[in-house]
Design a protein around this ligand. Structure first.
Ligand code: ADP
Ligand code: MG
Length: 444
């Protein structure tokens, strides 16, 4: 057994663990030496040794046996070192474009090494990674959905970069749903449908971003349906992203929707507080600024809906700091982000608008929002509208109560805490809320 064999063992293990588990634990294991009968590995601390032994020794032993065709003893030592530890993003600079020119199809920063993985996205990230390593082998299609600015495009590009490096011979096609549609329309006008079809149907890896935008576009849906069938039959990998799950793509043809569900569907949720902090730390490190913990916390607390917004708050703070040349403190952050924070909360989003949007979303009438009806199908959307009103406006609970047909402020408080709890606890509900809220923000 050689070091190379160990690398292969690692590969096999990575297929069975989540990306997060693999990165956290298996990545810490160092190869030391080996002979016919045994392999010696090391980790940096007793704690890691205990965890690896308890959780992963079996899989390591099994996979080694699988690969070597016989039992090999695994010895795990503790060997403290200083420069060990997880792969840091700084050691993996953005993709340089002087390698394969096709990397320029994708954002150089959207690589797996810069993608922070946490509870809200671990399935999507792990699956994307496997697909990038073995396109066409696992799930077809891979369908990722989630709200705006949560990392869908980042993952899609990361798959692209990886496949370019690992399989330079593969034909990769990356396109947004909208460009696919435009390309289709142009091809009809110019009479170049044959080459259009050839192009898409011959892809080894077809990446379509924001596929939800072709909903209701008859010709485009039909064309994608046939493209799908051809690519699928050829066992070539397809990955789609969308702002909602297939079953909620209401204006999509049934046959296309059902095909989207043939493979693996994974969602990306808004990040929780800890994850927002890690993402900020990651970006701070990347840009080599010094930012105190309380400033990170301040931004993580105030920008909770999506990662793009979180990032732009941080970049705005950097820009402000460079401009005024003052140390980055919480006061500076408050000053720099004043506009962004007030725009988000004071904005002139009205309770009225929220009521209309929520009523529409839940298919109840606007007047039900202000009624006294207590049936569940009306009470829930009403409570949701109260919750969102509290999130997006500056009105007090008493004022909000007034707008809902003169409800008492304690009723509003109850609604907020009930919906808040549901939001924390139920992932699918959180996705829905996130989408609803971004719709309200976008459309006002
Ligand atoms: P979407 O396509 O879902 O709207 P993007 O992929 O464009 O979102 O992500 C928005 C921004 O947030 C990008 O700059 C991206 O790099 C960053 N981002 C999203 N998710 C993560 C993550 N898990 N770790 C680090 N950065 C992220
Ligand atoms: Mg996107």
């Amino acid at each position: 057994m050689h070091k190379k064999t160990w690398k292969e063992v690692l590969n096999l293990i990575s297929l069975e663990l989540t990306y997060q588990e693999y990165n956290t634990w298996i990545n810490q294991i160092q190869y030391e030496s080996s002979n016919e009968k045994q392999i010696t590995l090391s980790v940096a601390s007793k704690l890691v040794k205990d965890i690896v032994t308890e959780r992963y020794l079996k899989i390591i032993t099994d996979k080694t046996k699988e690969l070597c065709g016989k039992n090999v003893k695994i010895i795990l030592e503790v060997k403290p070192t200083t420069n060990r530890s997880k792969v840091k993003s700084t050691q993996n600079p953005a993709k340089s474009t002087d390698s394969d020119p096709r990397h320029t199809m994708f954002n150089a920063k959207y690589i797996f090494e810069k993608f922070v993985v946490g509870d809200s996205n671990d399935l999507a990230a792990a699956a994307a990674k496997k697909i990038a390593e073995y396109p066409g082998k696992y799930w077809n299609p891979f369908f990722v959905y989630g709200g705006v600015g949560l990392g869908k495009t980042h993952l899609l590009h990361a798959i692209g970069h990886t496949v370019i490096d690992k399989y330079p011979e593969k034909k990769i096609l990356y396109i947004t749903g909208e460009s696919f549609m435009n390309d289709y329309i142009t091809s009809i006008q110019k009479g170049t449908m044959n080459s259009f079809r050839l192009k898409y149907r011959n892809a080894d890896l077809l990446l379509i971003d924001d596929v939800h935008s072709i909903q209701g576009k008859e010709g485009t849906m039909e064309e994608l349906f046939h493209t799908f069938n051809t690519v699928y039959a050829a066992k070539k990998q397809m990955v789609f992203t969308s702002d909602r799950p297939p079953k909620e793509l209401k204006k999509l043809e049934d046959r296309l929707r059902s095909r989207f569900e043939w493979g693996l569907t994974a969602d990306i949720q808004p990040p929780n507080f800890e994850m927002r902090e890690s993402i900020l730390r990651e970006k701070v490190q990347e840009e080599s600024y010094e930012v105190q913990d309380n400033v990170i916390r301040y931004i993580a607390e105030n920008f909770s809906w999506n990662i793009r917004e979180l990032e732009s708050a941080l970049y705005k703070l950097f820009a402000y700091h460079d401009l005024v040349n003052e140390e980055i403190t919480i006061e500076l952050a408050k000053r720099a982000l004043k506009d962004m924070i007030s725009v988000r909360s004071v904005d002139d989003i009205s309770i009225d608008l929220i009521q209309k949007k929520v009523a529409n979303f839940y298919n109840i009438s606007y007047s039900d929002m202000k009624s006294k009806k207590r049936s569940k199908n009306i009470a829930l959307p009403r409570q949701i509208a109260m919750f969102i009103s509290r999130q997006l406006t500056e009105f007090s609970t008493t004022e909000i109560g007034n707008e809902f047909g003169g409800k008492d402020h304690s009723t509003v408080i109850h609604a907020i805490s009930r919906i808040g709890k549901k939001y924390e606890e139920e992932e699918s509900f959180r996705t829905k809320m996130e989408r609803l809220i971004s719709e309200i923000k976008e459309n006002h």
